[in-house]
Design a protein around this ligand. Structure first.
Ligand code: C2O
Ligand code: CU
Length: 470
């Protein structure tokens, strides 16, 4: 199926900033339980006046309810499955207790229709995270099973506005319904993954954020798309990046574009330098089009004389990550990423048996890590707690991949053979075709952890492996 051009956004509706129902903090020890029921419902993804789209959502919403807690709080959430199929929730980017990681078949059994499962975990890091289905994710996330999880810093960070921008692309038919026939499209699985032609921001076609001149805005951008890498332009705005994937970085100017791969997050600080009556927009760039996704609208300042000069930007407080890498004696392993259209893969191992590409295709098994399609009996890496693990990833195919490690954040230490010296700790890293990237992390979280491509069709098509930390 050919990707169609994005439909044009024809009307600009709604002037209120997105106010998602916030499920408040649940202090440790208290018995309250957040209720997340996974169910079918409808959502107004296209402009008002157009049809509502049948989705799957947490509490029937897309995005699901925003969960907002403070660092070191406990999250207690009861997933009740009101869907016709089994499901689980993964808390993406949270350095979590392994039993709560939500990976069906690895850390828990999938929750059957009509059943429920109680998640309870402490959040060690402040930052921007998200949660999503982790059972047949390629279908369940495409249908809308995701939401944002914000962990506030213990000491509040001083900004005037704190906004979230959840960006997703949907493949809708002309009836505005999810195009179901292409969910298992081999073409998508073997190419870039499922790309949609309808864009939503916070579950609607366009977002408007109210601001006042002189205000400092924290903007949390979350890419929840199955497979699309977004390139966002901020026009005349001059954002600074303060965090990637929930981990603080030394504040730095964004530069011209924000490139954000599936599952990645970026926290930006934007000082609103415009004037009343003006507006500024965030646009998504494709090769052929520029699509407005959000607009900042300047409102009358509450005190017309107050134009505070923003204080210099200081970084966010550090999270308690183990950043002391032992690069002298790490456990080091290679990860060769092969397959896909025009990738020339001839055969690979599937469940312990070598199969030809013709046989693999019949199973939708079109990608391999180290010649294995999908999960193997033995982990890619077995580490003892506290050891440093280095994984040399080589993207030897024609497609970009967003590699995600569960339960940890890692640092890129080498790119294309050259040393990287930066303070960026991520949970998802984008590798361009042909690119080699080495990541390192301290294996300080015991359990069985996935490492997979977050282009969800690639994950399902074979780009999944796991690590064991004892
Ligand atoms: Cu956000 Cu294994 O995924
Ligand atoms: Cu991929």
């Amino acid at each position: 199926m050919d990707r169609r051009d994005f439909l044009k956004h024809t009307s600009l509706l709604g002037v209120l900033p997105w106010v998602a129902p916030v499920i408040a903090a649940v202090p440790a020890g208290r018995e309250s339980m957040l209720d997340l029921s996974a169910r079918e419902d409808t959502a107004q993804l296209v402009d008002d006046g157009g049809p509502r789209t049948r989705i799957w959502g947490y509490n029937g919403q897309v995005p699901g309810p925003m969960i907002r807690v403070t660092q070191n709080d406990w999250v207690r959430a009861r997933l009740t499955n009101r869907l016709p199929v089994a499901t689980t929730i993964h808390w993406h980017g949270i350095r979590i207790d392994n039993a709560m990681d939500g990976v069906s078949g690895l850390t828990q059994d999938a929750v059957a229709p009509g059943q429920s499962f109680d998640y309870a975990f402490q959040v060690p890091d402040a930052g921007t995270f998200w949660y999503h289905a982790h059972t047949r994710s390629w279908e369940q996330v495409a249908r809308g099973l995701y939401g944002v999880l914000i962990v506030d810093e213990a000491e509040p960070v001083s900004v005037d506005r704190d906004y979230v921008l959840v960006i997703d692309d949907w493949r809708l038919g002309q009836d505005a319904q999810i195009h179901e026939a292409s969910l298992e499209s081999l073409h998508d699985w073997s190419h870039a993954g499922r790309l949609g032609q309808w864009l939503t921001v916070n579950g609607k076609p366009l977002e408007k954020f109210a601001v006042e001149a002189g205000q400092r805005v924290r903007l949390r951008v979350v890419n929840t798309a199955n497979a699309r890498v977004f390139t966002l332009s901020f026009g005349k705005l001059q954002p600074h990046v303060i965090a990637f994937d929930g981990q603080p970085v030394t504040p730095r100017p964004l530069g011209k574009f924000l490139t954000i791969a599936p599952a990645q997050r970026a926290d930006l600080i934007i000082d609103m330098a415009g004037d009343r009556g003006e507006s500024a927009s965030i646009d998504m760039m494709t090769r052929r089009e520029v699509i407005q996704v959000a607009q900042f609208v300047y409102e009358k300042p509450s005190d017309a004389n107050a134009r505070p000069v923003a204080p210099p930007m200081s970084g966010l407080p550090a999270n308690p990550l183990s950043t002391a890498l032992d690069l002298v004696n790490p456990i080091r392993t290679g990860l060769l990423m092969e397959g896909g259209a025009m990738g020339g893969m001839q055969s690979a191992m599937l469940k312990g048996e070598r199969r030809s590409i013709q046989e693999l295709i019949k199973h939708g098994a079109v990608w391999a890590f180290n010649e294995n399609v999908g999960m193997t009996d033995t982990p890619l890496v077995s580490a003892r707690r506290g050891q440093t693990v280095v994984i040399d990833m080589r993207n030897q195919n024609r497609w970009p991949h967003a590699m995600h490690l569960h339960g940890h954040h890692f640092k890129v230490i080498e790119r294309e053979g050259g040393t990287v010296d930066d303070d960026i700790w991520r949970d998802t890293e984008l590798l361009q075709p042909g690119e080699s990237v080495s990541i390192a992390f301290v294996a300080d979280n015991p359990g069985k952890w996935l490492l997979h491509c977050h282009m969800l069709e690639h994950q399902a098509g074979g780009m999944t492996t796991w690590l064991e930390i004892a």
